[in-house]
Design a protein around this ligand. Structure first.
Ligand SMILES: Nc1ncnc2c1ncn2[C@@H]1O[C@H](COP(=O)(O)OP(=O)(O)OP(=O)(O)O)[C@@H](O)[C@H]1O
Ligand SMILES: [Mg+2]
Length: 380
């Protein structure tokens, strides 16, 4: 069916050309030339351009040139015959008309071929572009896939590190619980020592409990349940919770809370936990008193609106060599710390599409900056 259709289409053009030539030539010959029908003759002359132009457009230079020759042959006898000679005289003008047929056939043929070549060139360029685009697409897919593999590998290695960390954190208190239990088993241990060792056991068990609880907090993927919430109110609530420790350690509190701060979308419970972790670190760094400064503001740089919370202390600060490690799980400089506090803060802020930064100098104090985006959908 398809091949037949192509065949028919190939035949249509020659048939159309043949019919046109036949009709014009029949008219031309039947009418002939005389002084009375010169106008009609001129129309036939012009009509002959039609098949020349069509052949040139359809078949290029060869088509145009051949059709011009054919038309010249068909046109000439009447014009240059005895009657024509009588009407047109020497016939130089008529010979020029024949030349014009040929010039038009050639020029149109050349132009049509050039146009066809350009069209072909464009088609090929478009095809190449399409291929290049396809290749780019495939390469992008490959890069995305590799990135995903890399992320998976990273997740696995982080998981491995975490597992090693927790094993270490659990083994130490377990060893000391076992050691003290063995001492208690010994009947020779004096009673006053027994109370002391029991106290150590309880302390170590508490520590174990804290490690496991914090680790679960960090590792468990908690969905965010977000609501519009005021950050300033949240900070006041956390200060109230810490009030006892602040007073006991003689820590002064300063607040620079921006009034009428827009309310971001927050998981209030998780954000309270993040802020409390930062506050407890700050309080822990000022055992002999100091100043705790809480500030909030609206950050509108880079075209996006964020809420910035700063918690600064005048405590011990962080040694330069420790600073790059403070967000690592289990990194701690405290005898009773789990080293998971800041890891949890980071996870919570990241889940909100925000960030946490820490700046510190040993002996000078520490400033923790939390940013929460305002106009964005938080992951849930
Ligand atoms: N405000 C701060 N001042 C001084 N050091 C800090 C401060 N915040 C964090 N650090 C340092 O970073 C370490 C890691 O902090 P992180 O909160 O993760 O764990 P931690 O406080 O040691 O343990 P936990 O949070 O379980 O009590 C701390 O041990 C401490 O060395
Ligand atoms: Mg902490």
């Amino acid at each position: 069916m398809g091949a037949q259709k192509v065949h028919v289409r190939h035949l249509t053009r020659p048939v159309v050309l043949a019919v046109i030539i036949l009709v014009i030539t029949a008219q031309h010959y039947l009418t002939g030339v005389s002084h009375e029908n010169l106008a009609l003759h001129n129309i036939h002359y012009l009509l002959y351009f039609l098949p020349i132009l069509m052949a040139a457009l359809w078949y290029g230079l060869l088509g145009g040139a051949l059709m011009a020759v054919l038309v010249s042959i068909l046109y000439a006898p009447v014009v240059f015959g005895p009657v024509g000679h009588r009407v047109f005289g020497s016939g130089i003008e008529k010979a020029l008309e024949l030349v014009l047929y040929n010039v038009v056939g050639w020029v149109t043929g050349i132009l049509s071929e050039r146009e066809r070549r350009e069209r072909e060139q464009y088609r090929r360029t478009a095809e190449e572009l399409q291929r290049a685009y396809q290749k780019l697409h495939e390469q992008t897919d490959l890069i995305v896939e590799k990135e995903e593999q890399l992320r998976r590998a990273e997740r696995l290695s982080t998981l491995g590190e975490l597992a090693a960390g927790i094993a270490h954190e659990i083994r130490n208190p377990l060893a000391s619980i076992k050691g003290t239990a063995e001492i208690l088993q010994d009947p020779a241990t004096p009673d006053r020592k027994r109370a002391e060792f029991l106290h150590v056991m309880v302390e170590e068990a508490n520590r174990l409990n804290a490690v496991v609880a914090n680790f679960l907090e960090l590792a468990r993927f908690k969905r965010l349940h977000c609501e519009q919430a005021g950050v300033n109110d949240l900070l006041w609530r956390m200060l109230q919770i810490a009030e006892f420790q602040l007073t006991r350690k003689n820590i002064a509190v300063r607040t620079h809370l921006m009034p009428e701060l827009p309310e971001p979308s927050l998981d209030v419970g998780q954000m309270e936990q993040a802020i409390l972790n930062v506050l407890l670190n700050a309080i822990g760094s000022m055992p002999d008193g100091g100043t705790l400064t809480l500030s909030t503001c609206l950050d509108q740089t880079n075209g996006s609106r964020k809420i910035r919370i700063e918690i600064a202390d005048t405590g011990a600060g962080i040694a330069a060599e420790h600073l790059p490690h403070v967000f690592e799980p289990f990194f701690t400089t405290k005898s009773d710390g789990t080293g998971l506090g800041l890891s949890i803060v980071k996870r919570i802020l990241n889940a909100h599409g925000g960030s946490v930064e820490i700046a510190s100098e040993a002996g000078q104090g520490t400033r923790v900056t939390l940013t929460v985006p305002l106009d964005s959908e938080t992951g849930g």
